[in-house]
Design a protein around this ligand. Structure first.
Ligand code: SF4
Ligand code: SF4
Length: 316
C-alpha cells in the first residue's frame, strides 16, 4: 500500500482504528498468542511511520520534549498539529508530518530517532486495547479499571509484513516488550476524560473556556504550572502541602494532577475542593447579583407604573 492510500488513518490509541476493516474480528486476552515481529529487516520497515495520524497524549509530549530538550510551546510549534480527539470537540494534538513526504519528522531510513521515547500510539500498534465500558464508570472498588472488561484486538494492515515473521508471544509479553504498561498508567485518566466526553455525544456542549483549559493542560504543562502557581488557584482550591510540594517538583505529578483538575472542572468529578471562604464569597456575590436584579426589576415596575399613571392623567 502506498503512503497516499494510508492517509487519514490513525495509529490506534483510543481502542479503535479509524478504518475498522483492518481490525481482525477476534477478541484477545493478555494470554492470547500473536505471531508478529517488527525489526529493521522487514521489507516494510518504517512504512507505518507516514501518512498516518499519531495523536500525542500529555505524557507523550512530556517525554518527547524532554528528550528534545524543548519547552512545551517550542515542541508544539515544531512538531505538533491541532486535531479534535475521537470525533469530539476536545482539542488535542497529533505529530506534524513532514510536508515533503508526509512522514513522521522522527523517522529516518534507519528507523525511529526517538525510539525509547516514541509516543504511546506507536507502542500500541498493531495491538489495540478496548474496553466494554468506554467512558463509563467501570471502576473496581479500589478505583482501578476492571481488568476483565478489557480486551485486545489486532490491527492488520496490508502493508505490514510483521505478521509474516515467525516470532510468537502472548499479548502480555508483547506489551511488556513495548513498554506499554507504563503508558497505560500515565494515559488512562486522560483517555477516560476524552471517552467520557465522547459518551455524552453532542447533547452537552463544552464552553470555549473549558476547551481552552483542556488543551492547555493536555499539551502545555509549562503554562499549566504558571496557572497553578501564579494565579489565585492555590487560594481557591484546597490542596494539601504534600501535593503542592510534589507538583512543584515533579512534572509527571503535575500532569496527573492536571487530569484530576480537568475531571473536576469539566465533569464535576470528586477530588478537588473549593475553599469554604471562596464558596461563601461566591454565595454572597450571587446573592448580591440576585439582589441587584430584584432591585432593578422593582425599579422597572415602578417606572412602568408611574408612566401608566401619567398616561391615565393625560387621558382624563
Ligand atoms: S515516533 Fe518513531 S515510531 Fe512513531 S511514527 Fe515517528 S518514527 Fe515512527
Ligand atoms: S512490520 Fe508493521 S509495524 Fe513494523 S515497520 Fe512494518 S508496517 Fe510498521
Amino acid at each position: 500500500m502506498n503512503e497516499q492510500n494510508m492517509s487519514g488513518k490513525e495509529k490506534v490509541l483510543f481502542g479503535k482504528a479509524i478504518n475498522p476493516s483492518n481490525i481482525l474480528p477476534q477478541k484477545l486476552t493478555l494470554d492470547s498468542k500473536i505471531k508478529f515481529r517488527c525489526h529493521p529487516g522487514v521489507k516494510c520497515f518504517t512504512a507505518c511511520c507516514g501518512g498516518i495520524k499519531i495523536i500525542l497524549t500529555p505524557y507523550d509530549i512530556l517525554q518527547l520534549r524532554k528528550r528534545l530538550n524543548l519547552p512545551a510551546h517550542e515542541f508544539l510549534h515544531q512538531y505538533a498539529t491541532p486535531v479534535y480527539l475521537e470525533q469530539t470537540d476536545m482539542p488535542g494534538v497529533a505529530i506534524k508530518l513532514r510536508e515533503d513526504d508526509q512522514k513522521c519528522p522522527f523517522v529516518t531510513p534507519e528507523g525511529c530517532t526517538v525510539y525509547s521515547d516514541r509516543p504511546s500510539a506507536c507502542r500500541y500498534y498493531p495491538v489495540g486495547m478496548a474496553d466494554f465500558h468506554e467512558g463509563g464508570d467501570n471502576k473496581s472498588k479500589d478505583g482501578d479499571q476492571n481488568d476483565e472488561e478489557k480486551f485486545f484486538f489486532i490491527v492488520k494492515e496490508e502493508h505490514c509484513k510483521g505478521f509474516e515473521e515467525d516470532k510468537e508471544w502472548t499479548v502480555r509479553e508483547w506489551r511488556a516488550d513495548q513498554g506499554v504498561d507504563v503508558r497505560d498508567e500515565m494515559n488512562k485518566e486522560w483517555l477516560r476524560l476524552v471517552m467520557r466526553r465522547k459518551s455524552f455525544g453532542h447533547q452537552a456542549t463544552l464552553s470555549e473556556q473549558a476547551k481552552r483549559m483542556f488543551f492547555m493542560a493536555s499539551t502545555d504543562l509549562d503554562h499549566f504550572r504558571t496557572f497553578v502557581f501564579e494565579s489565585s488557584f492555590l487560594d481557591t482550591f484546597v490542596i494539601d502541602d504534600e501535593t503542592v510540594a510534589k507538583i512543584k517538583e515533579d512534572d509527571v505529578e503535575l500532569m496527573l494532577f492536571s487530569f484530576k483538575y480537568l475531571a473536576a472542572t469539566l465533569f464535576g468529578a470528586q477530588g478537588m475542593k473549593i475553599r469554604e471562604d471562596k464558596i461563601q464569597a461566591k454565595v454572597v456575590e450571587i446573592k448580591q447579583r440576585q439582589d441587584e436584579s430584584v432591585l432593578e426589576s422593582v425599579q422597572d415596575y415602578e417606572n412602568i407604573k408611574q408612566q401608566r399613571e401619567m398616561e391615565k392623567k393625560a387621558e382624563s
